[in-house]
Design a protein around this ligand. Sequence first.
Ligand SMILES: Cc1ncc(COP(=O)(O)O)c(C=O)c1O
Length: 383
Amino acid sequence: MSVASRPIHHFDEIQSLHEIPTPALVCDLGMMLSNIARMSTLAGAAGVSLRPHVKSHKSAFIARRQLDAGAIGLSCAKVSEAEAVIARLDLDGYAKRVSVLITSPVVGAVSAERICELAARCDLSVVVDDPTGVDELAAAADSSGVVLSVLCDVDVGLARTGVVGAPGALRVVERIGEHSSLDFAGVQGYGGHLQHIKGRAARIEATRTATELLGEVIDAIESSGHPVRVRTGGGTGTSGIDFELGVLNELQAGSYIFMDREYRDALGSDLEGRFEHSLKIATTVISANQRDFVTVDAGIKAMATDVDSPLVFGHENSVSYEFFGDEHGLVTNSPDHHFCRGDRLELIPPHCDPTVDRYDFIWLVQGDVVIGVADVVARGCSQ
Ligand SMILES: Cc1ncc(COP(=O)(O)O)c(C=O)c1O
C-alpha cells in the first residue's frame, strides 16, 4: 500500500517529526486509521452505511482510506471540492466507482452544468431544497444526457438549508418527479446544531426531536408514492445516537478521523467522543526570554480561530495557548515545567475542518517517523 499521496520530493531528507519545518499540520496515520476503523465497526454493527464528509480532510488519500475501510461513498460540501477529489482519484482510475453526494444546494445553470459534467466521472448525487433548483438541475441534465440522482434536503432544525416541513418537501419531490432526467433518491437531514451539544442526554433529546421531524417528512413523501431509499445526514457528535435511532441509513460524519478541541470539549468521554486526536499543528518555541510564557511560531495564520484556542498536546491541563498575532502564539510555562527555545510542541486544533484548509498538505507520521504527505487537494475549494 502506498501510504502517501505523493512522495515528499523536496522534503526527502526529513524523516522525523522533529525535523518538519513548523508550523505544520501533522497527522498520526495509525491514529487516523484506527478512528476510521472504529467508525466503520460502529456503523457496520448498526447496519448504517458510512458516507464520510470530505470537508474535514479535503484529501483524496484519506478519502481512499475511508472507502477502503468500507465507506459506501463520500460527502462533499461543494461542487469544486468534489471535482478536486475526483480528479485525484481519477489518476488511479478509481473515481468512476466512487459515489459522491454534494451536500449543499447549488444555484444557477453554470453550477448545474458542472454537476452534470462531474456525473459523467463518478456516481454523483446532489441535494436540492427548492423547485426552481430542481428545474435548473433538470435543464442541465436534459442537455447533457445524464440522469441525475437528486435528494431533497430537509431542514431538521439547523435552518441553514433544506425545505421546511412536509409541504415544502412534497413540492420539491413532486417537481423532481416531473423530470425524466432526474431520479429522486431520498432525503438529507443534517443537524449541524446538534453535533456539539454538551452532555449525551441533552444531545440525545435534541437529536430525537430533529429525527422525528425528518421521520414525519419521510412518511409524508412515501405516502405520496415516492420511496425514500436514502436517508443521509448526521455527524461525529450524534453518530452513536443516529445509529441507535435508526432513521438515517447513511452517516456523513467527518471530524471523527481527526477530532479537535471543539469536539473534545463537547463530547468528553461520551461514546461519540472516543476517537483519537490524530491531527496536530506542530510548532516550535522561537523565543523564551519571559518568565511566565514562551512564544511559538504558530499564530492565527496556522489554524482556524472560530471557536477557542488550541490545546497543547500532553500539557492540556497545565499550560495554555493564547493567540499572539498572525504568526505567533503564547504558551504559558507551568510551575513544574518551563519550555525552552527550540522546544517543539504539538497543538490540538480548535476546529479541524477550516484548519486543514489552511495547508497545502498534511504530514503523515507514525509516532515520530515521517511516512509521507497527503495533499489537501481540495484546499480553497469552497465554490
Ligand atoms: C452536511 C454535513 N454533513 C456532515 C458533516 C460532518 O460533521 P462532523 O465533522 O461534525 O462529523 C458536516 C459538517 O459540517 C456537514 O455540513
